[in-house]
Design a protein around this ligand. Sequence first.
Ligand code: ARG
Length: 461
Amino acid sequence: MKSEKNHLWGGRFNEPTDEFVKIFGASIAFDKILALYDIQGSIAHATMLSEIDVLSSSELNEILKGLTKIKDEIVNDQFNWSIDLEDVHMNIESRLIEICGESGKKIHTGRSRNDQVATDIRLYLRDQVLLINNELERLLTALLDLADQEKETIMPGFTHLQAAQPISFGHHLLAYFEMFKRDRERLYDGFKRINTMPLGSAALAGTSYPINRDRTAELLGFERISLNSIDAVSDRDFAIEFVSSASLIMMHLSRFSEEIILWSSSQFDFISLPDSFSTGSSIMPQKKNPDVPELVRGKTGRVTGNLISLLTLMKSQPLAYNKDNQEDKEPLFDSVDTIFNCLHVFADMVPMIKSNKDNMYQSALKGFTTATDLADYLVKKGLAFRDAHDIVGKAVSYGIKENKDLNEFSLDELKSFNKLIEKDVFDVISLEGSINARDHLGGTSIKQVSKAIKAGRKLIK
Ligand code: ARG
């Protein structure tokens, strides 16, 4: 079956587009989510055109009425999207011409789909970043609340996934607060570059009409205007930068997910997740699976993949616009949806995490987690750190043989390793003593954790 010539650009063609090529080249299936931004851009462009007398006020009125009608049709799911019209821009323009006739044909004056699509994506991403930021802030608040509840809960801190030193669970949660805090800064910073208007660059060289770009930018709420028309139609850095920030957020979520999964296993049994955020097994009746963090961990790969897709898409592309760029949309849209959903579900789940304080405490008692404290104690009594390290190493070796932790040793047993050890050692090698000794900015003492929570609250108002 042969199709008809495209009525928006078919003038110089003698043959219609091959049917499969038409389907192959169409982006309407995925770019229609830009529709309302496309209309917003057209309204601003037409308004500016009428202000410089390129459109008469009656033409502008007809165009604005037509665009409003199209918007209603789209919102009410009555718009007839057509693959023959390739993409969202031509679908809308074509419908505008159907509605307004001659004046509709003037909307594309001084504009190209190249600057149009670049503008649409930026308008879309600007909104999405704000929505994502809301979810990120909900998660940050949830972390502060949980850290506050858990600041006095003691757990083993790990290095190499081996018990290392006792820490406050609140302090551990605040480590994630710091990661997501940096992620928020990155989103804010990238926002400036997203919020730049390419419109007016036209196909690549600008336009011969006396356009007022400041006015269009003002109407669209753009903070800045692009300064080079060639760059503006071909730049996708802003999208790559966003997906890079999103990849970091996902990487952080995947680490948190991994820990939640480990902690909720019966082997760790540090926390329990709400039933409403878990699933069962169709065969093993005892199972309660942490599907939510597992899925988030799994979805991390998609966003990282999207980042690589976009970087590779742009690599070696000659200036200016190339059809390759149509491929920017799916990875970008998928990253936006994934990151929003993952942050949303985490912000809802985190407040429902219940700690198993007793188990965490018992676990922190295992594995000689206060060995460093004993070494520091000996240093304070006058030994060099290396000697103290060696003495405590011997004590640990004895403890392993006797199946006893350091704080279960009698004073005589401890003294047998070094006679400088006295009764006050027990204040130091207790879990509470160990934690509260780390009382400096960034340390795990309860006092410092409380301070960090206060500082965090000030930041996320
Ligand atoms: N659908 C196209 C895209 O997403 C719009 C721009 C097309 N421009 C062109 N010169 N063919 O990139």
